[in-house]
Ligand binder design. Structure first.
Ligand SMILES: Nc1ncnc2c1ncn2[C@@H]1O[C@H](COP(=O)(O)OP(=O)(O)OP(=O)(O)O)[C@@H](O)[C@H]1O
Length: 247
């Protein structure tokens, strides 16, 4: 699903610190379809930078970065938009939920940017409700996002990212602001999604319990990737949730 070879990424700095700041200095890794991978590393190591590349938000890199067989920096603007809208789902740390819309309308929002043409309102809301049930917040369809807890907002953002049945779900620090019970439930949701929908999960995290639950861990250190092995304890050690998840 993901093939990264020799990725280099630098930021150009202006002002007193003018020059190049190299962040990724030859990153190599592969992620197979359906794998649950945790990306870890110290603060400032380049995790969000890598996520922005994977999400097609930044194509200013050198090396090879293929997702679902596509070299991201070779895509046209239209192809990148289609990639961001349909091939991947991206859950940002700040959720970006719209409070003037109901929760179900937030989940159906990606339909407005669909490249496949307009769906009827019934179809959109049907899909949104199915996803809200999948992530365990079906009782919140008509309410506003601001009335949800942190864990519920995270579920809502995940449901929205799944609207177009992406092949790859990318999340930035999904348990960063959650209490441990909510964090455990989100991790259980990831495992169920991986097991029952087959989506490939790439999660940037500082949370050791996500790393323990993942199939494997990719650590960014000194601008390169230290590859973790297959996490054989993941199947038995991770918390189990009570959400019902359907493919
Ligand atoms: N737009 C930018 N312009 C210049 N430097 C940047 C930019 N974005 C990130 N950096 C720098 O690149 C380095 C890597 O940042 P990045 O946000 O990818 O790290 P991170 O591992 O995600 O950190 P954290 O765990 O704290 O979120 C840091 O030194 C950061 O200051």
């Amino acid at each position: 699903m993901i093939r990264a070879r020799g990725i280099h990424k630098s930021y150009r700095l202006a002002g007193a610190r003018a020059g190049e700041l190299p962040v990724l200095r030859g990153v190599d890794f592969d992620v197979g379809a359906g794998e649950f991978t945790a990306v870890v590393g110290r603060s400032g190591s380049g995790k969000s930078t890598l996520l922005a590349l994977l999400g097609g938000l930044d194509t200013d890199y050198s090396g090879e970065l293929k997702v679902a067989g596509k070299e991201l920096r070779a895509l046209s603007d239209a192809e990148l938009s289609a990639y961001r809208n349909a091939t991947i789902g991206f859950v940002f740390q700040a959720f970006h939920l719209l409070d003037h819309l109901s929760c179900e309308d937030n989940v159906a929002l990606p339909a407005l940017f669909s490249v496949q043409g307009k769906e009827s309102k019934d179809v959109r809301l049907g899909r949104a409700r199915e996803l809200m049930e999948m992530v365990g917040i079906s009782d919140k369809c008509g309410t506003r996002p601001s009335t949800l807890s942190g864990g519920q907002k995270q579920r809502l953002a995940i449901a929205r990212a799944l609207y177009h049945k992406p092949q790859l779900l990318i999340c930035d620090e999904p348990t960063g602001n959650l209490d441990s019970a909510s964090a455990s439930a989100i991790i259980a949701l990831f495992r169920k999604l991986r097991d029952e929908s087959g989506v490939t999960l790439t999660i940037v995290t500082h949370d050791p319990t996500i790393a323990a639950a993942a199939d494997r861990v990719i650590e960014i250190r000194d601008g390169v990737v230290e590859l973790g092995g297959v996490n054989t304890s993941a199947a038995s050690a991770a918390p189990s949730g009570d959400e019902e998840v359907r493919p």
